[in-house]
Design a protein around this ligand. Sequence first.
Ligand code: LMR
Length: 347
Amino acid sequence: MKKFLLLAIISMFAIVAAACSSDKESSSGSGDGEKDTSSDKPIIIKFSHVTAIDSVKGKAADRFAELVAEKTDGKAKVEVYPSSQLYGDADELDALVSGNVHMIAPSVTKMVKLDPRWQYVDMPFLFKDQDHARKFFESDVAQTILNSDQLNSNDIMGLAFWENGFKHFSNNKHEMKTPEDLKGLKFRAQAGKVLESQFNALKAGSATISFGETYAALQQGTVDGQENTFNNFDTQKYSEVQKHLTVSEHGRLDYAIFVNKSFWDGMPEDIRGQVEEALKEATELEWQLADEENAASFENIKNSGKVEVTELSEEERQKFVDALQPVYDEFSDDITPELLDGIRDLK
Ligand code: LMR
Protein backbone atom coordinates (compact mmCIF):
# COMPACT_ATOMS: atom_id res chain seq x y z
CA MET A 1 0.00 0.00 0.00
CA LYS A 2 2.84 2.38 1.01
CA LYS A 3 4.74 1.46 -2.14
CA PHE A 4 1.67 2.21 -4.22
CA LEU A 5 1.23 5.58 -2.53
CA LEU A 6 4.87 6.45 -3.15
CA LEU A 7 4.57 5.47 -6.81
CA ALA A 8 1.41 7.55 -7.17
CA ILE A 9 3.16 10.59 -5.66
CA ILE A 10 6.21 10.14 -7.91
CA SER A 11 4.03 9.93 -11.05
CA MET A 12 2.08 13.02 -9.98
CA PHE A 13 5.38 14.92 -9.69
CA ALA A 14 6.46 13.63 -13.10
CA ILE A 15 3.25 14.91 -14.72
CA VAL A 16 3.51 18.32 -13.06
CA ALA A 17 7.21 18.56 -13.99
CA ALA A 18 6.42 17.64 -17.60
CA ALA A 19 3.70 20.28 -17.78
CA CYS A 20 6.00 22.94 -16.27
CA SER A 21 8.96 22.10 -18.48
CA SER A 22 6.82 22.28 -21.62
CA ASP A 23 5.59 25.70 -20.52
CA LYS A 24 9.21 26.82 -20.44
CA GLU A 25 10.06 25.15 -23.72
CA SER A 26 7.20 26.54 -25.72
CA SER A 27 6.82 29.94 -24.09
CA SER A 28 3.36 29.70 -25.56
CA GLY A 29 1.17 29.97 -22.48
CA SER A 30 -0.84 32.71 -24.13
CA GLY A 31 -1.49 30.44 -27.08
CA ASP A 32 0.85 32.29 -29.44
CA GLY A 33 2.94 29.77 -31.43
CA GLU A 34 4.87 32.48 -33.36
CA LYS A 35 7.12 33.25 -30.41
CA ASP A 36 8.98 29.98 -30.85
CA THR A 37 10.45 30.74 -34.27
CA SER A 38 13.22 32.90 -32.82
CA SER A 39 14.83 29.98 -30.99
CA ASP A 40 15.88 26.44 -31.75
CA LYS A 41 13.45 25.10 -29.22
CA PRO A 42 10.62 23.06 -30.67
CA ILE A 43 7.12 24.45 -30.75
CA ILE A 44 5.24 22.49 -28.13
CA ILE A 45 1.68 21.53 -28.97
CA LYS A 46 -0.10 20.34 -25.84
CA PHE A 47 -2.83 17.86 -26.76
CA SER A 48 -5.14 16.87 -23.92
CA HIS A 49 -7.72 14.10 -24.00
CA VAL A 50 -9.71 11.98 -21.58
CA THR A 51 -9.56 8.38 -22.82
CA ALA A 52 -7.00 5.65 -22.13
CA ILE A 53 -3.73 5.40 -24.10
CA ASP A 54 -4.88 2.12 -25.61
CA SER A 55 -8.23 3.55 -26.77
CA VAL A 56 -8.97 4.51 -30.39
CA LYS A 57 -8.36 8.17 -29.60
CA GLY A 58 -5.31 7.45 -27.42
CA LYS A 59 -3.57 5.40 -30.12
CA ALA A 60 -4.35 7.93 -32.86
CA ALA A 61 -3.16 10.87 -30.73
CA ASP A 62 0.16 9.13 -30.08
CA ARG A 63 0.59 8.37 -33.78
CA PHE A 64 -0.20 12.00 -34.60
CA ALA A 65 2.59 13.06 -32.22
CA GLU A 66 5.06 10.74 -33.98
CA LEU A 67 4.01 12.02 -37.40
CA VAL A 68 4.44 15.65 -36.34
CA ALA A 69 7.96 14.92 -35.06
CA GLU A 70 8.83 13.19 -38.36
CA LYS A 71 7.29 15.72 -40.70
CA THR A 72 8.59 18.83 -38.95
CA ASP A 73 11.98 17.27 -38.32
CA GLY A 74 11.55 17.89 -34.62
CA LYS A 75 10.65 21.58 -35.02
CA ALA A 76 7.26 20.91 -33.49
CA LYS A 77 6.54 18.47 -30.71
CA VAL A 78 3.12 17.22 -29.69
CA GLU A 79 2.84 16.44 -26.00
CA VAL A 80 -0.11 14.13 -25.46
CA TYR A 81 -1.81 14.12 -22.05
CA PRO A 82 -4.27 11.18 -21.99
CA SER A 83 -6.75 9.91 -19.37
CA SER A 84 -7.82 13.36 -18.10
CA GLN A 85 -4.27 13.76 -16.68
CA LEU A 86 -4.22 17.50 -17.26
CA TYR A 87 -7.88 18.35 -17.80
CA GLY A 88 -11.13 16.41 -17.60
CA ASP A 89 -14.35 16.86 -19.59
CA ALA A 90 -15.48 19.79 -17.56
CA ASP A 91 -12.44 21.96 -18.10
CA GLU A 92 -10.54 20.94 -21.24
CA LEU A 93 -12.55 23.31 -23.41
CA ASP A 94 -11.82 26.26 -21.08
CA ALA A 95 -8.16 25.23 -21.08
CA LEU A 96 -8.18 25.38 -24.89
CA VAL A 97 -9.84 28.80 -24.98
CA SER A 98 -7.30 30.18 -22.51
CA GLY A 99 -4.37 28.61 -24.38
CA ASN A 100 -3.29 26.34 -21.52
CA VAL A 101 -3.57 23.48 -23.98
CA HIS A 102 -3.44 23.91 -27.74
CA MET A 103 -5.36 20.95 -29.06
CA ILE A 104 -8.22 18.79 -27.77
CA ALA A 105 -10.33 16.00 -29.28
CA PRO A 106 -13.55 15.94 -27.26
CA SER A 107 -16.59 13.87 -27.92
CA VAL A 108 -18.46 16.51 -29.92
CA THR A 109 -21.53 16.57 -27.68
CA LYS A 110 -19.35 18.25 -25.05
CA MET A 111 -19.14 21.29 -27.36
CA VAL A 112 -22.78 21.99 -26.45
CA LYS A 113 -21.45 24.69 -24.12
CA LEU A 114 -20.61 26.78 -27.20
CA ASP A 115 -23.12 25.59 -29.77
CA PRO A 116 -26.19 23.36 -29.16
CA ARG A 117 -26.02 22.00 -32.71
CA TRP A 118 -23.16 19.68 -31.70
CA GLN A 119 -25.79 17.52 -30.05
CA TYR A 120 -26.71 16.30 -33.57
CA VAL A 121 -24.50 13.33 -32.58
CA ASP A 122 -26.97 12.29 -29.86
CA MET A 123 -30.11 12.46 -31.99
CA PRO A 124 -31.46 8.91 -31.77
CA PHE A 125 -30.83 6.64 -34.74
CA LEU A 126 -29.87 9.56 -36.99
CA PHE A 127 -26.93 7.76 -38.56
CA LYS A 128 -27.58 4.60 -40.51
CA ASP A 129 -24.11 3.13 -40.28
CA GLN A 130 -20.41 3.98 -39.99
CA ASP A 131 -20.19 5.02 -43.69
CA HIS A 132 -23.00 7.46 -43.16
CA ALA A 133 -21.05 9.07 -40.30
CA ARG A 134 -17.94 9.28 -42.51
CA LYS A 135 -19.87 10.85 -45.37
CA PHE A 136 -21.02 13.44 -42.88
CA PHE A 137 -17.47 14.17 -41.65
CA GLU A 138 -16.46 14.93 -45.24
CA SER A 139 -19.54 16.95 -46.10
CA ASP A 140 -20.04 20.70 -46.47
CA VAL A 141 -22.74 20.55 -43.82
CA ALA A 142 -20.18 19.23 -41.30
CA GLN A 143 -17.82 22.11 -42.16
CA THR A 144 -20.50 24.61 -41.16
CA ILE A 145 -20.35 23.52 -37.53
CA LEU A 146 -16.66 22.67 -37.49
CA ASN A 147 -15.82 26.27 -38.29
CA SER A 148 -18.72 28.26 -37.01
CA ASP A 149 -18.79 31.84 -35.73
CA GLN A 150 -19.58 30.43 -32.27
CA LEU A 151 -16.22 28.66 -32.23
CA ASN A 152 -14.19 31.37 -33.92
CA SER A 153 -15.44 34.02 -31.54
CA ASN A 154 -14.06 31.86 -28.73
CA ASP A 155 -10.69 31.64 -30.47
CA ILE A 156 -11.24 28.01 -31.46
CA MET A 157 -10.91 26.35 -34.83
CA GLY A 158 -12.04 22.86 -35.81
CA LEU A 159 -9.55 20.93 -37.96
CA ALA A 160 -10.93 17.42 -38.48
CA PHE A 161 -13.46 14.84 -37.39
CA TRP A 162 -12.26 11.72 -35.62
CA GLU A 163 -14.66 8.91 -35.03
CA ASN A 164 -15.38 6.37 -32.38
CA GLY A 165 -18.66 4.66 -33.18
CA PHE A 166 -22.15 3.78 -32.10
CA LYS A 167 -23.15 3.90 -28.43
CA HIS A 168 -24.84 1.05 -26.61
CA PHE A 169 -26.72 1.00 -23.32
CA SER A 170 -25.41 -0.96 -20.35
CA ASN A 171 -26.42 -1.37 -16.70
CA ASN A 172 -25.76 -3.62 -13.74
CA LYS A 173 -29.37 -4.48 -12.76
CA HIS A 174 -31.04 -6.48 -15.51
CA GLU A 175 -31.23 -7.27 -19.22
CA MET A 176 -32.60 -4.54 -21.55
CA LYS A 177 -34.56 -5.88 -24.51
CA THR A 178 -37.34 -3.30 -24.70
CA PRO A 179 -37.50 0.44 -23.95
CA GLU A 180 -39.56 -0.42 -20.82
CA ASP A 181 -36.55 -2.29 -19.42
CA LEU A 182 -34.74 1.01 -18.95
CA LYS A 183 -37.57 2.50 -16.92
CA GLY A 184 -36.46 3.53 -13.42
CA LEU A 185 -32.75 2.96 -14.05
CA LYS A 186 -30.35 5.86 -13.67
CA PHE A 187 -27.72 6.45 -16.35
CA ARG A 188 -24.56 8.46 -16.63
CA ALA A 189 -24.75 11.05 -19.44
CA GLN A 190 -21.90 12.98 -21.09
CA ALA A 191 -23.42 16.45 -21.43
CA GLY A 192 -26.37 18.44 -22.72
CA LYS A 193 -30.15 18.44 -22.75
CA VAL A 194 -30.60 16.03 -25.66
CA LEU A 195 -29.21 13.13 -23.66
CA GLU A 196 -31.34 14.13 -20.69
CA SER A 197 -34.39 14.10 -22.96
CA GLN A 198 -33.37 10.72 -24.42
CA PHE A 199 -33.38 9.15 -20.95
CA ASN A 200 -36.61 10.96 -20.04
CA ALA A 201 -38.27 9.46 -23.10
CA LEU A 202 -37.27 6.04 -21.78
CA LYS A 203 -38.55 6.97 -18.30
CA ALA A 204 -35.04 6.58 -16.98
CA GLY A 205 -33.06 9.03 -14.89
CA SER A 206 -29.71 10.53 -15.84
CA ALA A 207 -26.82 12.43 -14.31
CA THR A 208 -24.04 14.28 -16.10
CA ILE A 209 -20.77 12.76 -14.92
CA SER A 210 -17.33 13.35 -16.40
CA PHE A 211 -15.69 10.47 -18.20
CA GLY A 212 -12.91 10.26 -15.63
CA GLU A 213 -15.41 9.75 -12.82
CA THR A 214 -17.76 7.34 -14.55
CA TYR A 215 -16.13 4.07 -13.50
CA ALA A 216 -16.34 5.06 -9.82
CA ALA A 217 -19.95 6.24 -10.24
CA LEU A 218 -20.88 2.85 -11.72
CA GLN A 219 -18.94 0.96 -9.09
CA GLN A 220 -20.45 2.90 -6.20
CA GLY A 221 -23.96 2.70 -7.63
CA THR A 222 -24.37 6.48 -8.03
CA VAL A 223 -25.77 5.44 -11.40
CA ASP A 224 -26.89 2.01 -12.63
CA GLY A 225 -25.81 2.32 -16.21
CA GLN A 226 -24.15 4.26 -18.98
CA GLU A 227 -24.01 4.44 -22.78
CA ASN A 228 -20.81 4.20 -24.73
CA THR A 229 -18.96 2.57 -27.60
CA PHE A 230 -17.56 -0.94 -27.30
CA ASN A 231 -14.04 0.46 -27.24
CA ASN A 232 -14.64 2.94 -24.43
CA PHE A 233 -16.53 0.25 -22.48
CA ASP A 234 -13.61 -2.14 -22.93
CA THR A 235 -10.68 0.23 -22.33
CA GLN A 236 -12.37 1.69 -19.23
CA LYS A 237 -12.95 -1.85 -17.91
CA TYR A 238 -16.67 -1.31 -17.44
CA SER A 239 -17.18 -5.08 -17.63
CA GLU A 240 -16.00 -5.06 -14.01
CA VAL A 241 -18.97 -2.90 -12.99
CA GLN A 242 -21.68 -3.54 -15.64
CA LYS A 243 -23.44 -6.86 -16.07
CA HIS A 244 -25.76 -6.21 -19.03
CA LEU A 245 -25.08 -4.59 -22.38
CA THR A 246 -27.59 -4.12 -25.19
CA VAL A 247 -26.23 -3.60 -28.70
CA SER A 248 -28.56 -0.67 -29.27
CA GLU A 249 -26.59 1.60 -31.66
CA HIS A 250 -29.00 4.34 -30.64
CA GLY A 251 -26.57 7.25 -30.98
CA ARG A 252 -23.03 8.11 -31.98
CA LEU A 253 -19.91 9.06 -30.11
CA ASP A 254 -17.53 10.93 -32.39
CA TYR A 255 -14.79 13.50 -31.95
CA ALA A 256 -13.47 16.61 -33.55
CA ILE A 257 -9.99 18.06 -33.29
CA PHE A 258 -10.02 21.64 -32.07
CA VAL A 259 -7.09 24.03 -31.79
CA ASN A 260 -6.59 27.35 -30.11
CA LYS A 261 -6.87 29.68 -33.12
CA SER A 262 -4.32 32.29 -32.01
CA PHE A 263 -1.79 29.55 -31.38
CA TRP A 264 -2.52 27.94 -34.72
CA ASP A 265 -2.39 31.17 -36.71
CA GLY A 266 0.81 32.12 -34.90
CA MET A 267 2.67 29.01 -36.03
CA PRO A 268 5.15 29.47 -38.91
CA GLU A 269 3.32 28.62 -42.13
CA ASP A 270 5.64 25.79 -43.19
CA ILE A 271 5.38 24.05 -39.84
CA ARG A 272 1.63 24.52 -39.72
CA GLY A 273 1.42 22.88 -43.16
CA GLN A 274 3.47 19.91 -41.94
CA VAL A 275 1.32 19.56 -38.82
CA GLU A 276 -1.74 19.65 -41.08
CA GLU A 277 -0.27 16.84 -43.20
CA ALA A 278 0.42 14.82 -40.04
CA LEU A 279 -3.15 15.35 -38.88
CA LYS A 280 -4.50 14.21 -42.24
CA GLU A 281 -2.53 10.97 -42.00
CA ALA A 282 -3.42 10.46 -38.33
CA THR A 283 -7.09 11.02 -39.18
CA GLU A 284 -7.04 8.28 -41.82
CA LEU A 285 -5.48 5.95 -39.28
CA GLU A 286 -7.97 6.99 -36.62
CA TRP A 287 -10.93 6.08 -38.82
CA GLN A 288 -9.43 2.69 -39.52
CA LEU A 289 -8.67 2.16 -35.83
CA ALA A 290 -12.25 3.05 -34.90
CA ASP A 291 -13.48 0.08 -36.95
CA GLU A 292 -10.82 -2.37 -35.87
CA GLU A 293 -10.67 -1.50 -32.20
CA ASN A 294 -14.44 -1.43 -31.70
CA ALA A 295 -14.73 -4.84 -33.35
CA ALA A 296 -11.93 -6.23 -31.15
CA SER A 297 -13.45 -4.66 -28.04
CA PHE A 298 -16.85 -6.20 -28.80
CA GLU A 299 -15.15 -9.62 -28.84
CA ASN A 300 -13.36 -8.83 -25.57
CA ILE A 301 -16.64 -7.88 -23.92
CA LYS A 302 -18.39 -11.04 -25.12
CA ASN A 303 -15.43 -13.18 -24.07
CA SER A 304 -15.05 -11.54 -20.67
CA GLY A 305 -17.64 -13.90 -19.24
CA LYS A 306 -18.81 -11.00 -17.06
CA VAL A 307 -21.27 -9.19 -19.33
CA GLU A 308 -24.53 -10.53 -20.71
CA VAL A 309 -24.72 -9.12 -24.27
CA THR A 310 -28.18 -8.66 -25.81
CA GLU A 311 -28.61 -8.14 -29.55
CA LEU A 312 -31.91 -6.73 -30.83
CA SER A 313 -34.07 -8.00 -33.68
CA GLU A 314 -35.30 -5.46 -36.25
CA GLU A 315 -38.71 -5.25 -34.49
CA GLU A 316 -37.12 -4.81 -31.08
CA ARG A 317 -34.88 -2.05 -32.44
CA GLN A 318 -37.90 -0.32 -33.98
CA LYS A 319 -39.48 -0.09 -30.53
CA PHE A 320 -36.50 1.96 -29.36
CA VAL A 321 -36.74 4.15 -32.49
CA ASP A 322 -40.42 4.85 -31.69
CA ALA A 323 -39.82 5.41 -27.99
CA LEU A 324 -37.15 8.00 -28.74
CA GLN A 325 -39.18 10.01 -31.25
CA PRO A 326 -40.06 12.69 -28.62
CA VAL A 327 -36.41 13.78 -28.64
CA TYR A 328 -36.94 14.98 -32.23
CA ASP A 329 -40.13 16.82 -31.28
CA GLU A 330 -38.21 18.62 -28.54
CA PHE A 331 -34.87 19.34 -30.18
CA SER A 332 -35.14 19.49 -33.98
CA ASP A 333 -35.32 23.28 -33.89
CA ASP A 334 -32.25 23.64 -31.68
CA ILE A 335 -30.16 21.26 -33.73
CA THR A 336 -31.64 22.99 -36.81
CA PRO A 337 -33.53 21.39 -39.69
CA GLU A 338 -30.63 22.37 -42.04
CA LEU A 339 -28.19 20.20 -40.12
CA LEU A 340 -30.58 17.30 -39.50
CA ASP A 341 -31.85 17.20 -43.10
CA GLY A 342 -28.31 17.71 -44.36
CA ILE A 343 -27.25 14.58 -42.45
CA ARG A 344 -30.29 12.55 -43.53
CA ASP A 345 -29.70 13.48 -47.19
CA LEU A 346 -26.23 11.91 -47.08
CA LYS A 347 -27.62 8.44 -46.47
C1 LMR B 1 -17.48 9.96 -22.73
O1 LMR B 1 -17.48 10.92 -21.95
O2 LMR B 1 -18.10 8.92 -22.56
C2 LMR B 1 -16.64 10.08 -23.97
O3 LMR B 1 -16.76 11.39 -24.41
C3 LMR B 1 -15.21 9.80 -23.72
C4 LMR B 1 -14.41 9.97 -25.00
O4 LMR B 1 -13.76 10.99 -25.14
O5 LMR B 1 -14.48 9.06 -25.81
